[in-house]
Design a protein around this ligand. Structure first.
Ligand code: MEV
Length: 327
């Protein structure tokens, strides 16, 4: 029986399909090597302790209270961890003292995510209590925990954290299909500001209420672009992928989720010669990316930086949730 387990999970870069994916449409996502770790350790007393670099002190609850806690009442830094404990302890009738310590990079560019914390916690508890969960179960329990904390979310980032690599993701997890590819010739630029995904999802929901037919058609076109992009990626047809990104960007603009900073980086990169460029994620800030040939990569990085962005140099197609240490 292990006394402690350290697990980690990667962040994510949404390639195509954001916002539409919240309504069950497909998306393409690649895992980013920006890992968040969770250390799970058994305790002798019936307590749950959560320690995180996001918190100024560890939070300490009697077991029964932790399992019953209202997730809206606890600090954000621990809500995803507590939600995961609640889901897994209920599902597997666990009852044991447990300490979870999470750690991750201080700056995440909007690419790291609460989903990675959740998946790392699930993976660590899985190994500590010998639950033998499959990847799909790690995804399902983690997605449940994320929904318990934040309501509407597509779960694409939970899938990226659980499976790693590059995925086609649809139907809120009904289809999770790993793509087989060697490289993804992508340059990422950070716009310098963070945004709240929940408020942008709500903004698109409002637009959808006001213009139901327009938004339905935009989502249908995004679905079509995602299907074509999967084929383009499988064929290594980067020129076609770039055109599809540009089309997806136009539709995101029409949904009102672009920002001036993002637009500057997107246009700056397009002007020095990329196959295509778009924002990634909810929009309003965070990151954009461009699909670029080797010969143009350096020029695109310089153009993004000259336009006030920051080049984010992180490996893509990162490994999914894994065990890093046991003792
Ligand atoms: C945010 O990274 C992507 C959205 O599609 C929200 C989600 O999928 O949960 C806007």
């Amino acid at each position: 029986m292990n006394k402690y387990v350290v697990a980690s999970a990667p962040g994510k870069l949404m390639l195509l399909g954001e916002h539409a994916v919240v309504y069950g449409h497909p998306s393409l996502v690649t895992a980013v090597d920006l890992r968040i770790s969770a250390r799970a350790e058994r305790l002798d007393q019936d307590q749950i302790i959560v320690e995180s670099s996001l918190l100024d002190r560890p939070h300490d609850y009697p077991l029964a209270i932790a399992l019953d806690a209202d997730l809206k009442e606890v600090p954000k830094g621990i809500s995803f961890v507590l939600a995961t404990i609640q889901v897994l302890f209920a599902e597997f009738s666990l009852s044991a003292g447990l300490k979870i310590t999470t750690a991750g990079p201080k700056i995440s560019y909007g690419l790291g995510s609460s989903s990675a914390v959740t998946v790392a916690t699930t993976k660590a508890i899985d190994a500590l209590f010998d639950l033998n969960l499959t990847k799909k179960q790690i995804f399902q329990y983690s997605y449940q925990a994320v929904l318990d904390v934040q309501g509407a979310a597509s779960g694409f980032d939970v899938a990226a954290a659980a499976y790693g690599g590059t995925l086609y993701y649809a139907g809120n997890g009904e289809t999770i299909r790993p793509l087989q590819l060697d490289t993804l010739p992508v340059v990422i630029g950070y716009s310098g500001s963070k945004v709240g995904t929940v408020s942008l999802v709500a903004q698109v929901a409002e637009l959808r209420e006001q213009f139901p037919e327009f938004v339905a058609q935009a989502f249908d076109m995004i679905r079509d672009l995602v299907g074509r992009a999967e084929v383009a990626i499988n064929n290594g047809d980067w020129a076609l992928l770039g055109q599809l990104l540009n089309l997806n960007q136009g539709l995101l603009d029409s949904l009102g989720v672009n920002s001036q900073q993002l637009a500057q980086l997107i246009y700056a990169s397009r002007e020095v010669g990329v196959f295509g460029a778009k924002l990634s994620g909810a929009g309003g800030g965070d990151c954009m990316f461009a699909v670029v040939s080797d010969s143009h990569t350096q020029a695109v990085i310089e153009a993004i930086e000259a336009a006030g962005g920051q080049h984010v140099d992180l490996p893509l197609q990162a490994e999914g949730a894994r065990i890093d240490d046991v003792g």
